[in-house]
Structure formats: structure tokens, C-alpha cells
Design a protein around this ligand. Structure first.
Ligand SMILES: [Zn+2]
Length: 290
């Protein structure tokens, strides 16, 4: 039977395929597309295979801030590395009897391993004391700070991350270790002309989500949080599961609160990109060329 509408049209390669084979090919194509859609990221992000994401934080459990996106990128095939600077030995609280010191540091080391394994990420756990010996004043603190700078430089040099996530100047809770690690990462990135300059991001708490009196402490205006990373429900669940590894720090009711908070965030982690200037200017008030 001839299709009258196609009469006289030169035969294409498709015309030469027999109808049964053509139907089978179409079916196969539909199946392949269906498999692709269900097996890849629902957010249609670019392929992350071969990309290296590094999260650099201060304490065991800080990684929980971005746990969902660590889980997501690891699940999608990126190489995800969590760098934690301190041993958390000062992490005492009201709901456990642990005292500050070696025993608590050992417990928190195991808890962090559990969390990293749950998120599916590689862990590099440095062994700086919680609070970087700051109680000992300048001579106790400065060698620690310089050690952190050199260690971060070494790790970035060795692993060449495409993207780094760390603390911004707010340090989320204003903890001095958070601020110190965030500023150290920034200093290391600024200090060298990297073969592959990593994209640097700061975790950000949208100011509008905080009580008015807290905004100056840790809020960031939404207009600066220009990078919003979505994640799937399963990544949110993994993040909560990973957080539960930190039994010495987070009581079960707080895990439930974190789960609720993640739900309120609508499966989005907000980040502020660090923007290095690209132009030059001789005018202090001429922001356009900077
Ligand atoms: Zn912390």
C-alpha cells in the first residue's frame, strides 16, 4: 500500500526499513529514553562524571549543612571529598556525660566516618584540636592556623577540586572555628594561580528565613545566594541518616527537627559564590570594572 501523500518523494533510509522493524526500533527508543529519564538526575543537570567536589568544614557534624548535596553528587557519580579540620574534642553538651578530651575526640572520629560512609563520600579528617589551641593565646593559636592553611593548600593541590563548599564569614553559628576554616579556604584559593582554579562557594542561610535579630549574625540576603542546588528526597533522607551518626552531638529529637527543616528548605541548598575580580580599575567608586 502506498501513501499517496508521499508519492514521488525520494525514499529515505527510514522508508527502506520494514514496518515491523521500524515499530521495534521506535519501541526500543522509547524504552531507552524512559530508562535514561528514570536513571538520571531529575533536575537535568550536566553530567558530573569526573568532577571533584570538596566540602571543607571545621568539625565532625558540620558537613550536615550540605549533606543532601554531598549525597546527591556522590550518587550521580562525582568524586566527593569531605575535609574536616578538627577532632571535635571540645564538643561537650547537656545531654551526654562526655568530657572534653581524647575519648570524645575518638568517638567523634568514628561518628564522622559513619556519616561520610552514609553519604557515600571520601573523608579526609585532619587532627587539629577543636578551637585550634586558642585558649593558649597567640603562640598556641598561630601555629595551628598556619598548619591549617598549609594542609588545605596541600589537599587542594593534590586533589584538584572543580568546586569547593565551605563556611562564609558568618560561620553559620559564628563559631570561631567555622569562620577560621572558611577564611583559610578562601585565603588558600586566593594565594595561588591554580592550574585549575576551583569554584568556591559559601554555605548561606537566607536572611528572610531567620528572626530579625539573628540576621546580622548569620543571615545572607537572598540576592547574594545566587547558586541554589536542588536535591532529591532520597538525598535529604541520606543526610538525616548521616547526621544521626553523630550521637554524641545530636539528640534524636534534634534529628527530627533537622528533617523538618530540610523539608522547609524545599530540597534546596543555598550557596553564595565567591566572585574574584576579573577587571582592573583606578577608581575606588567604579564598581562596574571590578
Ligand atoms: Zn561546627
Amino acid at each position: 500500500m502506498t501513501n499517496a501523500g508521499n508519492a514521488g518523494r525520494p525514499k529515505t533510509r527510514v522508508d527502506r526499513v520494514c514496518p515491523r522493524t521500524w515499530r521495534a526500533m521506535r519501541l526500543l527508543a522509547v524504552m531507552l529514553i524512559g530508562t535514561y529519564i528514570t536513571s538520571t538526575d531529575v533536575f537535568a543537570q550536566p553530567d558530573v562524571d569526573g568532577k571533584v567536589l570538596m566540602a571543607i568544614f571545621a568539625h565532625p557534624d558540620d558537613e550536615g549543612l550540605v549533606g543532601p548535596i554531598l549525597s546527591r553528587y556522590a550518587r550521580e557519580g562525582a568524586e566527593v571529598i569531605l575535609v574536616t579540620a578538627t577532632d571535635g574534642r571540645e564538643g561537650t553538651n547537656d545531654f551526654t556525660d562526655y568530657e572534653a578530651g581524647d575519648e570524645l575526640a575518638a568517638i567523634r572520629r568514628d561518628e564522622l566516618k559513619c556519616a561520610a560512609s552514609t553519604l557515600g563520600v571520601e573523608l579526609i579528617h585532619l587532627d587539629y584540636y577543636d578551637q585550634f589551641n586558642s585558649a593558649e593565646g597567640y603562640d598556641g593559636f598561630i601555629p595551628q592556623l598556619r598548619g591549617v592553611l598549609r594542609d588545605i593548600e596541600r589537599i587542594i593541590t593534590e586533589r584538584q577540586p572543580d568546586a569547593i563548599v565551605t563556611f562564609g564569614p558568618d560561620g553559620v553559628s559564628n563559631h570561631m572555628d567555622h569562620q577560621l576554616v572558611g577564611s583559610s579556604v578562601t585565603q588558600v584559593v586566593l594565594s595561588r594561580d591554580w592550574e585549575k582554579t576551583p569554584a568556591l562557594y559559601y554555605y548561606g542561610s537566607p536572611a528572610s528565613t531567620l528572626p530579625e535579630e539573628d540576621r546580622v549574625l548569620r543571615g545572607v540576603q537572598e540576592k547574594y545566594l545566587t547558586v541554589q542546588i536542588p536535591y532529591a528526597d532520597e538525598d535529604g533522607e541520606k543526610a538525616v541518616e548521616a547526621l544521626a551518626c553523630h550521637e554524641s552531638q545530636i539528640p534524636p529529637e534534634a534529628i527530627d527537627r533537622r528533617r523538618n527543616r530540610l523539608e522547609e528548605q524545599e530540597n534546596i541548598i543555598h550557596l553564595r559564590p565567591f566572585i574574584a575580580p576579573t577587571g582592573h580599575s583606578n577608581d575606588l567608586f567604579d564598581a562596574a570594572t571590578q
